[in-house]
Design a protein around this ligand. Structure first.
Ligand SMILES: NC(=O)c1ccc[n+]([C@@H]2O[C@H](COP(=O)([O-])OP(=O)(O)OC[C@H]3O[C@@H](n4cnc5c(N)ncnc54)[C@H](O)[C@@H]3O)[C@@H](O)[C@H]2O)c1
Length: 351
């Protein structure tokens, strides 16, 4: 952990923005000095920070005071109400890093407006198109390639944060020929309680290829395509051709799972695979991979900070090289923890 705290602003104070704020409240990795949201109701933003149906009550005090949320009486977090990241006046607060968690398409002009305000980095909490000058970062796999000169960074997706470290390790230890990935992802805020129009409110540019995401989120397992392989191949390009995939939106509020079947290049036994994951957990700088041997269900992983917990009750292998793995990951808290790790890593680089 670096000594010098960077000053951070969060653009988009939704599930991920608030998870990052709460995680930082516990870890104190940076100074949260501002947030920006299209929601103009500061009382409502403070209320949403304070009470959370998934993670419970905020562990400190949080109170709206004019155009700020005051945390524990002495930490004043200014609240902007702009609809684009570059329109909030981050420079008034000396913001070093803007975390873009609004879920809107990233526009190069907006990145320029942030730079012009003296912001040193923008971290986007989603996969971004290859055409943009945004570096994809999976903490635990390629974060050490980040330099102070990298202005725009993306922490890609929660699924990629779970999948890439696992695949990176397996490729290094045993080689991976090909595989199949099925992710199970909880509902997201833009889905519907009852059947309706399939348009994500937080991502108006994105039209689902089918109408299934407009179906009641509470009543069905909803099969859909996943961006996980494409997003993961931004960091490990060999994954693109090696994997087939599918995803299900499942009627739960939190914690994703990945069901992976792989053909290893160098077949090995179950115990050797488990030992490789146990060793990786011990050696890592940030808590990216963890191992589980208990009889747990998805909700038991809520609030878990690792990017992927490998549930070794289901780890199995065959002599021909087949390997099956089940991962669990808190799609908000685990992912948000990596965003905080990346800020911590940048703080170390800036000294
Ligand atoms: N929820 C997850 O599991 C998860 C995991 C990893 C990454 N992500 C990504 O993080 C991003 C945010 O997801 P989320 O689940 O937190 O969404 P959310 O809808 O809960 O939060 C988005 C927030 O941004 C605000 N907002 C929207 N447009 C804005 C604008 N133009 N200007 C200012 N504020 C704006 C909204 O009012 C809301 O508070 C998305 O890109 C999503 O794909 C989500």
């Amino acid at each position: 952990m670096s000594n010098k705290k960077l000053r951070v602003g969060i653009h988009g104070f939704g599930r991920i923005g608030r998870a990052v704020a709460r995680i930082n409240f516990e870890r104190n990795a940076f100074e949260l000095v501002a947030i920006n949201d299209v929601n103009p109701d500061v009382d409502n933003l403070a209320y949403l920070l304070k009470y959370d149906s998934t993670y419970g009550r905020f562990k400190g005090e949080a109170k709206a005071e004019g155009n700020a949320i005051v945390i524990n009486k002495d930490q004043r977090v200014h609240v902007f109400n702009a609809d684009a990241p570059g329109s909030a006046r981050w420079s008034d607060l000396g913001v070093d890093i803007v975390i873009d968690a609004a879920g809107r398409p990233v526009l190069p002009g907006e990145l320029d407006r942030l730079k012009a305000q003296g912001v040193r980095h923008c971290i986007v909490t989603n996969e971004t198109p290859l055409a943009l000058p945004v570096k994809p970062v999976i903490v635990g796999v390629n974060h050490e390639t980040v330099s102070v000169a990298d202005f725009a960074l993306s922490t890609v997706t929660c699924d990629a944060n779970a999948f890439v470290p696992v695949m990176s390790l397996l490729q290094e230890k045993f080689g991976v020929d090909y595989g199949s990935l099925t992710t199970l992802h909880p509902w997201l805020g833009y889905q519907k309680l009852l059947d309706g129009r399939a348009l994500p409110d937080s991502n108006p540019g994105h039209v689902p290829s089918t109408y299934v995401l407009g179906r009641s989120a509470t009543q069905s397992l909803i099969p859909k395509t996943t961006s996980c392989i494409r997003a993961s191949s931004l960091v490990l390009p060999w994954l693109e051709e090696a994997f087939v995939s599918v995803s299900y939106r499942v009627p739960t509020a939190i914690v994703s799972s990945a069901d992976i079947v792989i053909k290893l290049s160098r077949p090995t036994d179950r115990a050797t695979v488990i030992a490789a994951f146990e060793e990786a957990e011990k050696k890592q700088r940030y808590p990216v991979l963890c191992n589980s041997h208990e009889a747990l269900v998805s909700v038991d992983f809520a609030g878990t900070e690792c990017s992927a917990a490998v549930d070794h009750r289901w780890t199995s292998s065959r002599k021909a090289g087949q390997l099956k793995l089940i991962l669990w990951y808190d799609n908000e808290w685990g992912y948000g923890s990596r965003v905080v790790d990346l800020v911590d890593h940048l703080a170390g680089l800036h000294g």
